[in-house]
Design a protein around this ligand. Structure first.
Ligand code: ATP
Ligand code: MG
Length: 421
């Protein structure tokens, strides 16, 4: 065929579209109960809307934006995220004049020129919310509670809600100084981007994905040790409110966000089933942004979740599909499948002498989360490779039921994704 989708872009077709619609309608239903109204924004903005707010030294602005000149010679950018456009609209239409909190949600495509990988696309869809005008941590707790309710309403399990505070304009200079002091001696071991960030915006070094930089910044002081009184009280309030609302969460002091505009609360929800692209949703407070966009000082908080990372987690299918090759393997598979079922797991096997290729196709079609191939070698060595159909990672285990259960129940055991397409 002559034409194909661009790298990192995909068509969304039936029957998958039904899952997309299910998630969107669940989200809309929950948002309505919390008073969020839909807002539809252009997918293109003047480039400054993003560079100024997301930050000149962020990965998004430095490397990932689809920026071009239109026929009128303006620099325009396909939106890499929703909040900057939202705040632009909030200020442009004087929405701050309405009673606070003003609550909005949006859905739609975002664009980032990233290296495509499993669960990482160049056009991806987000559902996001923004709540404006209230600086009380009760709103932070409410929004995190809503997100948890939404994700469990969609049917997601094995999620971890991580929270932290990254301070504000008042405490940041102290933290910046402490961090620079810590990094000073080691600066040689950082990448050239980080060396540049050291003077421009040292906090961005904490978000660098280069393995050497991750290693070198180990032991750096956490922001939460440098919060000013106001930020500290806010964070304590958030933790108390989350506990009162019974929202399970973990405090992760090393959580950093890729965007500069956040203040105080930052959070991320991760799934243990997505390999290294584990963030399904993320957000935080941005109390200085409206001001910086020329509106009256107005606090705000929001989050965005990534549809492509949620879809694979909701598909219904067996925990494991066994692909035997040969009669002896088929008998072994029959026994193992029964043993797994008696442990309360949904296990399926292939019953005919189909080729490995067609067995794998079948596993894919019925939505199996893991697949294991059992042939003569596997039986002889009593070892087999389990493949995670979500992130395509493979792990070798012994051919016995307890090892199968361990790997099914503990997806963290799989090593991180390899780089590349
Ligand atoms: P990551 O750490 O995975 O790069 P991020 O911090 O860049 O994520 P945000 O800008 O906070 O992500 O966006 C919110 C959510 O949007 C993420 O949690 C993720 O679910 C989704 N998302 C971000 N980038 C992509 C992408 N390139 N492809 C698919 N989903 C994405
Ligand atoms: Mg990113």
């Amino acid at each position: 065929m002559k034409f194909r989708t661009l790298k990192g872009l995909q068509d969304i077709l039936p029957p998958d579209i039904a899952v997309w619609q299910h998630i969107e309608s669940t989200a809309k239903h929950i948002f309505k109960n919390y008073g969020y109204q839909e807002i539809r924004l252009p997918i293109m903005e003047s480039t400054d809307v993003f560079t100024r707010s997301i930050g000149e030294t962020s990965d998004i602005v430095e490397k990932e934006m689809y920026t071009f000149e239109d026929k009128g010679g303006r620099s325009v950018t396909l939106r890499p995220e929703g909040t900057a456009s939202f705040v632009r609209a909030y200020v442009q239409h004087h929405i701050y004049n309405n009673p606070a909190p003003q609550k909005f949600f949006y859905t739609g495509p975002m664009f980032r020129y990233e290296r495509p990988q499993a669960f990482r696309f160049r056009q991806f869809y987000q559902i996001g919310v923004e709540a404006m005008g209230i600086d009380d941590p009760k709103l932070d707790a409410e929004i995190i509670s809503m997100l948890s309710r939404l994700l469990s309403g969609i049917g997601l399990e094995g999620l971890d809600v991580q929270i932290t505070s990254i301070g504000c304009k008042k405490c940041r200079p102290d933290y910046r100084a402490a961090l620079k002091n810590f990094l000073k001696e080691k600066l040689d071991s950082f990448c050239s981007d980080c060396k540049r960030r050291y003077d421009l915006n040292p906090l961005r070094i904490l978000d660098c994905k280069v393995p050497g930089c991750i290693e070198s910044r180990k032991g750096s002081p956490p922001v939460i040790d440098y919060l000013c009184d106001e930020c500290d009280i806010h964070f304590e309030g958030l933790k108390k409110n989350l506990a009162e609302l019974n929202v399970p969460h973990t405090v992760n002091p090393s959580l950093v966000r890729g965007l500069d505009y956040y203040t105080k609360t930052a959070f991320e929800v991760t799934s243990e089933n997505l390999g290294s692209q584990s963030a399904v949703a993320a957000g935080g407070r941005y109390d200085s942004m409206v001001d910086e966009f020329g509106g009256p000082p107005t606090p705000g908080i929001g989050f965005a979740m990534g549809m492509e990372r949620i879809i694979p987690l909701v598909s219904e299918g067996p925990e494991i599909f066994l692909c035997p090759l040969g009669e002896e393997a088929a008998e072994k598979a029959l026994l193992l499948t029964e043993q797994l079922r008696s442990e309360g797991l949904w296990a399926e096997m292939n019953y005919d002498a189909a080729s490995l290729r067609s067995q794998m196709r079948k596993a894919n079609k019925i939505g199996a989360k893991k697949v294991v191939v059992i042939g003569d070698d596997e039986i002889k060595n009593n070892k087999a490779v389990i493949k995670n159909m979500l992130d395509r990672e493979e792990v070798t285990i012994n051919l016995n039921v307890s090892e199968f259960i361990k790997i099914i129940q503990n997806n963290n055991a799989s090593p991180p994704l390899k780089k590349g397409d």
